[in-house]
Design a protein around this ligand. Structure first.
Ligand SMILES: NC(=O)c1ccc[n+]([C@@H]2O[C@H](COP(=O)([O-])OP(=O)(O)OC[C@H]3O[C@@H](n4cnc5c(N)ncnc54)[C@H](OP(=O)(O)O)[C@@H]3O)[C@@H](O)[C@H]2O)c1
Length: 246
Protein backbone atom coordinates (compact mmCIF):
# COMPACT_ATOMS: atom_id res chain seq x y z
CA UNK A 1 0.00 0.00 0.00
CA UNK A 2 2.47 2.48 1.30
CA UNK A 3 5.52 0.68 -0.02
CA UNK A 4 7.73 3.47 -1.36
CA UNK A 5 11.07 1.92 -2.36
CA UNK A 6 13.80 2.81 0.12
CA UNK A 7 16.04 5.64 -1.10
CA UNK A 8 19.75 5.05 -1.33
CA UNK A 9 22.51 7.48 -0.32
CA UNK A 10 26.14 7.03 -1.29
CA UNK A 11 28.49 8.91 1.06
CA UNK A 12 32.14 9.14 0.06
CA UNK A 13 34.68 9.26 2.88
CA UNK A 14 32.22 7.99 5.47
CA UNK A 15 34.53 5.95 7.72
CA UNK A 16 35.06 8.89 10.10
CA UNK A 17 34.60 12.61 10.65
CA UNK A 18 31.83 14.47 8.86
CA UNK A 19 31.11 11.62 6.43
CA UNK A 20 30.44 9.14 9.26
CA UNK A 21 28.04 11.61 10.91
CA UNK A 22 26.26 12.05 7.56
CA UNK A 23 25.95 8.29 7.02
CA UNK A 24 24.52 7.86 10.54
CA UNK A 25 22.04 10.72 10.06
CA UNK A 26 20.86 9.66 6.60
CA UNK A 27 20.38 6.09 7.83
CA UNK A 28 18.24 7.51 10.65
CA UNK A 29 16.27 9.46 8.03
CA UNK A 30 15.45 6.17 6.27
CA UNK A 31 18.11 5.92 3.56
CA UNK A 32 20.04 2.75 2.78
CA UNK A 33 23.62 4.00 2.97
CA UNK A 34 26.83 3.15 1.13
CA UNK A 35 29.70 3.87 3.53
CA UNK A 36 32.71 4.52 1.31
CA UNK A 37 36.24 4.63 2.73
CA UNK A 38 39.76 4.77 1.36
CA UNK A 39 41.89 2.77 3.81
CA UNK A 40 40.22 2.36 7.19
CA UNK A 41 37.98 -0.69 6.76
CA UNK A 42 37.60 -1.20 10.54
CA UNK A 43 35.72 2.03 11.35
CA UNK A 44 33.64 1.74 8.16
CA UNK A 45 32.55 -1.82 9.04
CA UNK A 46 31.83 -0.77 12.64
CA UNK A 47 29.62 2.07 11.38
CA UNK A 48 27.71 -0.36 9.14
CA UNK A 49 27.10 -2.65 12.13
CA UNK A 50 25.93 0.32 14.21
CA UNK A 51 23.45 1.36 11.49
CA UNK A 52 22.19 -2.22 11.09
CA UNK A 53 21.76 -2.64 14.85
CA UNK A 54 19.59 0.49 14.82
CA UNK A 55 17.40 -1.15 12.16
CA UNK A 56 18.94 0.49 9.07
CA UNK A 57 20.67 -0.83 5.97
CA UNK A 58 24.27 -0.03 5.06
CA UNK A 59 27.24 -1.42 3.19
CA UNK A 60 30.93 -0.50 3.47
CA UNK A 61 32.73 -0.20 0.13
CA UNK A 62 36.42 0.58 -0.32
CA UNK A 63 37.20 2.93 -3.21
CA UNK A 64 39.76 5.67 -3.79
CA UNK A 65 37.68 8.50 -5.22
CA UNK A 66 40.74 9.73 -7.13
CA UNK A 67 40.54 6.57 -9.27
CA UNK A 68 37.71 6.68 -11.82
CA UNK A 69 37.55 2.86 -12.09
CA UNK A 70 37.17 2.63 -8.31
CA UNK A 71 34.32 5.15 -8.40
CA UNK A 72 32.54 3.19 -11.15
CA UNK A 73 32.89 0.08 -8.98
CA UNK A 74 31.49 2.02 -6.02
CA UNK A 75 28.33 2.92 -7.94
CA UNK A 76 28.13 -0.66 -9.29
CA UNK A 77 28.20 -1.94 -5.70
CA UNK A 78 25.41 0.45 -4.70
CA UNK A 79 23.25 -0.63 -7.64
CA UNK A 80 23.92 -4.32 -7.06
CA UNK A 81 23.20 -4.23 -3.33
CA UNK A 82 20.49 -1.58 -3.04
CA UNK A 83 19.11 -1.22 -6.58
CA UNK A 84 20.37 2.28 -7.46
CA UNK A 85 21.51 5.63 -6.05
CA UNK A 86 19.28 8.59 -5.16
CA UNK A 87 21.67 10.77 -3.17
CA UNK A 88 25.39 11.32 -3.68
CA UNK A 89 27.29 13.03 -0.87
CA UNK A 90 30.68 13.92 -2.29
CA UNK A 91 32.35 14.27 1.09
CA UNK A 92 35.78 12.58 0.77
CA UNK A 93 38.60 15.08 0.97
CA UNK A 94 42.09 15.78 2.23
CA UNK A 95 43.81 18.89 3.58
CA UNK A 96 47.55 19.40 4.01
CA UNK A 97 48.43 22.97 4.86
CA UNK A 98 51.53 24.79 3.61
CA UNK A 99 52.40 28.15 2.12
CA UNK A 100 52.63 28.22 -1.66
CA UNK A 101 56.40 28.57 -1.30
CA UNK A 102 56.60 25.39 0.76
CA UNK A 103 54.11 23.20 -1.14
CA UNK A 104 55.74 20.31 -3.01
CA UNK A 105 54.44 18.77 -6.24
CA UNK A 106 53.19 15.62 -4.51
CA UNK A 107 50.99 17.58 -2.11
CA UNK A 108 49.59 19.77 -4.90
CA UNK A 109 48.87 16.74 -7.11
CA UNK A 110 47.18 14.74 -4.35
CA UNK A 111 44.85 17.63 -3.44
CA UNK A 112 43.83 17.90 -7.08
CA UNK A 113 43.46 14.10 -7.40
CA UNK A 114 41.26 13.60 -4.32
CA UNK A 115 39.38 16.86 -3.82
CA UNK A 116 38.88 17.96 -7.43
CA UNK A 117 39.20 14.86 -9.64
CA UNK A 118 37.63 12.68 -6.92
CA UNK A 119 34.62 14.98 -6.74
CA UNK A 120 34.50 15.06 -10.55
CA UNK A 121 34.70 11.24 -10.82
CA UNK A 122 31.69 10.83 -8.56
CA UNK A 123 29.78 13.68 -10.24
CA UNK A 124 30.31 12.05 -13.64
CA UNK A 125 28.98 8.69 -12.44
CA UNK A 126 26.08 10.37 -10.61
CA UNK A 127 25.13 12.47 -13.62
CA UNK A 128 24.87 9.27 -15.68
CA UNK A 129 23.29 7.04 -13.06
CA UNK A 130 21.39 8.96 -10.37
CA UNK A 131 17.68 8.21 -10.29
CA UNK A 132 15.10 10.87 -11.10
CA UNK A 133 14.40 13.11 -8.12
CA UNK A 134 17.92 12.62 -6.80
CA UNK A 135 20.18 14.93 -4.81
CA UNK A 136 23.87 15.67 -5.13
CA UNK A 137 25.67 17.35 -2.25
CA UNK A 138 29.28 18.38 -2.82
CA UNK A 139 31.82 19.48 -0.24
CA UNK A 140 33.44 22.87 -0.41
CA UNK A 141 34.89 24.79 2.54
CA UNK A 142 34.44 28.25 4.05
CA UNK A 143 38.17 28.85 3.37
CA UNK A 144 37.08 29.70 -0.19
CA UNK A 145 35.81 32.91 1.46
CA UNK A 146 38.28 33.23 4.33
CA UNK A 147 41.40 32.83 2.15
CA UNK A 148 43.78 32.30 5.08
CA UNK A 149 47.51 31.82 4.49
CA UNK A 150 48.59 28.16 3.90
CA UNK A 151 45.17 27.17 2.49
CA UNK A 152 45.86 28.08 -1.16
CA UNK A 153 45.86 24.66 -2.82
CA UNK A 154 43.09 23.24 -0.64
CA UNK A 155 40.93 26.36 -1.19
CA UNK A 156 41.61 26.25 -4.93
CA UNK A 157 40.29 22.68 -5.15
CA UNK A 158 37.17 23.69 -3.22
CA UNK A 159 36.61 26.72 -5.45
CA UNK A 160 36.67 24.24 -8.35
CA UNK A 161 34.08 22.10 -6.57
CA UNK A 162 31.84 25.15 -6.19
CA UNK A 163 32.16 25.88 -9.93
CA UNK A 164 31.27 22.28 -10.87
CA UNK A 165 28.27 22.45 -8.51
CA UNK A 166 26.73 25.37 -10.38
CA UNK A 167 27.45 23.92 -13.82
CA UNK A 168 26.10 20.43 -13.08
CA UNK A 169 22.91 21.86 -11.57
CA UNK A 170 22.22 23.31 -15.03
CA UNK A 171 23.39 20.26 -16.98
CA UNK A 172 20.87 18.07 -15.13
CA UNK A 173 17.92 20.18 -16.30
CA UNK A 174 14.77 18.12 -16.73
CA UNK A 175 15.79 15.25 -14.41
CA UNK A 176 14.49 16.68 -11.16
CA UNK A 177 17.94 16.37 -9.57
CA UNK A 178 19.36 19.16 -7.40
CA UNK A 179 23.09 19.84 -7.07
CA UNK A 180 24.32 21.87 -4.10
CA UNK A 181 27.45 22.23 -2.01
CA UNK A 182 28.00 22.54 1.72
CA UNK A 183 30.94 24.68 2.82
CA UNK A 184 31.74 23.98 6.47
CA UNK A 185 33.90 26.17 8.66
CA UNK A 186 36.36 24.67 11.17
CA UNK A 187 34.83 21.37 12.30
CA UNK A 188 36.17 19.02 14.98
CA UNK A 189 37.51 16.13 12.90
CA UNK A 190 40.94 14.61 12.22
CA UNK A 191 41.24 16.74 9.07
CA UNK A 192 41.00 19.98 11.06
CA UNK A 193 42.58 18.99 14.38
CA UNK A 194 45.62 16.96 13.24
CA UNK A 195 48.88 18.86 13.68
CA UNK A 196 47.32 22.02 15.17
CA UNK A 197 48.51 23.19 18.59
CA UNK A 198 45.64 23.55 21.11
CA UNK A 199 46.03 27.36 21.16
CA UNK A 200 45.44 27.52 17.39
CA UNK A 201 42.38 25.28 17.73
CA UNK A 202 41.05 27.50 20.56
CA UNK A 203 41.66 30.68 18.58
CA UNK A 204 39.94 29.33 15.49
CA UNK A 205 37.03 28.06 17.59
CA UNK A 206 36.46 31.65 18.77
CA UNK A 207 36.48 33.14 15.26
CA UNK A 208 32.80 32.43 14.58
CA UNK A 209 30.30 34.58 16.49
CA UNK A 210 28.86 31.35 17.87
CA UNK A 211 32.31 30.83 19.49
CA UNK A 212 32.80 27.12 19.04
CA UNK A 213 34.03 24.62 16.49
CA UNK A 214 31.47 22.96 14.27
CA UNK A 215 30.71 19.36 15.17
CA UNK A 216 30.31 16.69 12.48
CA UNK A 217 26.62 16.49 13.44
CA UNK A 218 26.15 20.21 12.64
CA UNK A 219 27.26 19.49 9.09
CA UNK A 220 25.27 16.25 8.88
CA UNK A 221 22.14 18.23 9.80
CA UNK A 222 22.81 20.59 6.89
CA UNK A 223 23.33 17.69 4.49
CA UNK A 224 20.14 16.01 5.77
CA UNK A 225 18.24 19.21 4.93
CA UNK A 226 19.65 19.29 1.39
CA UNK A 227 18.98 15.56 0.91
CA UNK A 228 15.47 15.75 2.31
CA UNK A 229 12.07 16.95 1.08
CA UNK A 230 12.33 20.51 2.47
CA UNK A 231 15.21 21.46 0.14
CA UNK A 232 13.46 20.54 -3.12
CA UNK A 233 13.64 24.14 -4.40
CA UNK A 234 17.29 24.74 -3.42
CA UNK A 235 19.49 24.10 -6.45
CA UNK A 236 22.94 25.20 -7.60
CA UNK A 237 23.75 26.80 -4.23
CA UNK A 238 26.68 26.77 -1.81
CA UNK A 239 25.51 26.65 1.79
CA UNK A 240 28.17 27.82 4.26
CA UNK A 241 27.62 26.00 7.55
CA UNK A 242 30.12 27.68 9.85
CA UNK A 243 28.54 29.45 12.83
CA UNK A 244 28.85 32.78 11.03
CA UNK A 245 32.64 32.86 10.59
CA UNK A 246 32.16 34.44 7.14
N1 LIG B 1 36.84 19.41 9.17
C1 LIG B 1 36.79 20.64 8.71
O1 LIG B 1 37.12 21.61 9.40
C2 LIG B 1 36.28 20.89 7.32
C3 LIG B 1 36.00 22.22 6.95
C4 LIG B 1 35.55 22.48 5.66
C5 LIG B 1 35.37 21.44 4.77
N2 LIG B 1 35.64 20.17 5.15
C6 LIG B 1 35.44 19.11 4.17
O2 LIG B 1 34.58 18.13 4.70
C7 LIG B 1 34.87 16.86 4.12
C8 LIG B 1 35.07 15.82 5.20
O3 LIG B 1 36.16 16.22 6.01
P1 LIG B 1 36.47 15.61 7.45
O4 LIG B 1 36.91 16.75 8.28
O5 LIG B 1 35.37 14.74 7.92
O6 LIG B 1 37.77 14.73 7.08
P2 LIG B 1 38.47 13.46 7.84
O7 LIG B 1 38.03 13.44 9.27
O8 LIG B 1 39.91 13.56 7.52
O9 LIG B 1 37.83 12.19 7.10
C9 LIG B 1 38.10 12.03 5.73
C10 LIG B 1 37.30 10.88 5.17
O10 LIG B 1 37.55 10.84 3.76
C11 LIG B 1 38.06 9.57 3.41
N3 LIG B 1 39.00 9.71 2.30
C12 LIG B 1 40.16 10.40 2.25
N4 LIG B 1 40.74 10.26 1.04
C13 LIG B 1 39.91 9.47 0.31
C14 LIG B 1 39.96 8.95 -1.00
N5 LIG B 1 40.97 9.22 -1.81
N6 LIG B 1 38.93 8.15 -1.40
C15 LIG B 1 37.91 7.86 -0.59
N7 LIG B 1 37.81 8.33 0.67
C16 LIG B 1 38.80 9.11 1.11
C17 LIG B 1 38.69 9.01 4.67
O11 LIG B 1 38.74 7.58 4.58
P3 LIG B 1 39.79 6.71 5.48
O12 LIG B 1 39.27 6.77 6.89
O13 LIG B 1 39.72 5.34 4.90
O14 LIG B 1 41.12 7.38 5.35
C18 LIG B 1 37.70 9.53 5.71
O15 LIG B 1 36.56 8.71 5.77
C19 LIG B 1 36.11 17.07 3.23
O16 LIG B 1 35.72 17.26 1.90
C20 LIG B 1 36.70 18.37 3.79
O17 LIG B 1 37.47 19.05 2.83
C21 LIG B 1 36.09 19.87 6.40
Amino acid sequence: MNAQPQKVALVTGASRGIGAAIARRLARDGFAVIVNYAERAGPAEALVREIEQAGGRALAVQADVADSADVRRLFDAAEKSFGGVDVLVNNAGIMRLSSIADTDDASFDRHIAVNLKGTFNALREASRRLRRGGRIINFSSSVVGLLQPTYAVYAATKAGVEAMTGVLAKELRGRDITVNAVAPGPTATDLFLEGKPQEVVDRMAKMAPLERLGQPEDIANTVAFLAGPDAGWVNGQVLRANGGII
